[in-house]
Ligand binder design. Structure first.
Ligand code: COA
Length: 259
């Protein structure tokens, strides 16, 4: 288990936390493995009735570790493999028990797209949501290119996925993937109270309801795999190389001579 993912059983709630605040909770391959293991544990352990994602520090997560991407550690450059990130994403899409998230500070990349698989999402007033995939020379993942238009409508999804605009918590609420915006001080308490409430509900009825709300789970997973094939392709592209180098060198990418 990665030291940067905390997994704590709090009554019937499994609290899964990002804990790499010095790197803005950027998610490494090891961390994806920890997240995937936690979801598997939740699925298999009858004592777990709900999962709550939360984070240490001033950000929820800055998304995939860009250094990992550049070093090919993500495993995504092999479209036939099921690397830890895919195990995690498929685990999210297949989860039978309720998933909740408490988002403070920024959520970037997969930090946003994972929320589209959650049932209840709470955000602090200071939270922001940013999916700069195109700016990194990459396509979206986690079936977000299917789920975000479905939840928010095409134009609003394009604002995030195509134009790469960072949006506020209030706007994310308006888009429909955040249930409630609360003060930073109230976030943890609000989210755990909601998780305990779900965990106390009739478990079979709850699982059945969740399943009925996602009749196309297999379609979602197939879409995820399709995105992943494009992701693998674009990870090898000059556009991604330029964007990755620009991030490392703390400068703006220059795509003017590419494409
Ligand atoms: N991957 C790897 N390292 C990351 C990271 C990521 N996704 N996000 C942040 N870090 C690292 C920074 O490199 C920096 O490391 P250093 O202290 O060794 O230089 C440290 O975390 C702190 O980040 P910093 O950029 O100094 O913080 P900030 O508050 O100025 O900015 C962000 C925060 C999130 C806006 C900025 O770090 C960022 O844009 N990160 C990349 C986000 C991204 O594109 N994710 C991928 C989406 S697919």
């Amino acid at each position: 288990m990665s030291e940067h993912i905390t997994v704590v059983q709090d009554g019937a709630v499994l609290r899964v936390g990002f804990n790499r605040p010095e790197k803005k909770n950027a998610i490494t391959s090891d961390m994806y493995a920890g997240l995937a293991d936690a979801l598997q544990l939740a699925q298999e352990d009858d004592a777990v009735r709900a999962v709550l994602f939360e984070a240490e520090g001033d950000m929820f997560t800055s998304g995939n570790d860009i250094g990992d991407f550049m070093a090919g550690v993500s495993g995504l450059s092999d479209p036939d493999a099921t690397p830890p990130v895919m195990r995690f994403l498929i685990g999210l899409a297949s989860a039978e028990k309720p998933l909740l998230a408490a988002v403070q500070g920024g959520a970037v990349g997969v930090g946003v797209t994972m929320l589209l698989h959650c049932d209840l999402v709470f955000a602090s007033e200071t939270a922001t949501f940013h999916t700069p995939f195109v700016d990194l020379g990459l396509p979206p993942e986690a079936a977000s290119s299917l789920l975000l238009p479905r939840i928010a409508g095409h134009q609003r999804a394009a604002e995030m996925l195509v134009a790469g605009r960072k949006i506020s918590a209030a706007r994310a609420y308006e888009f429909g993937f955040v249930n409630e915006v609360v003060s930073p001080e109230a976030l943890a308490e609000t989210a755990i109270a909601a998780a305990r409430d779900l965990a106390a509900r009739a478990p079979t009825a709850l699982r059945t309801t969740k399943q009925l709300m996602r009749p196309d789970r297999e379609v979602i997973i197939a879409h995820m795999k399709q995105e992943s094939a494009h992701f693998a392709e674009l990870l090898k592209s000059p556009e991604f190389r330029e964007a990755g180098m620009a991030f490392m060198q703390k400068r703006k990418p220059d795509f003017s001579n590419l494409g």
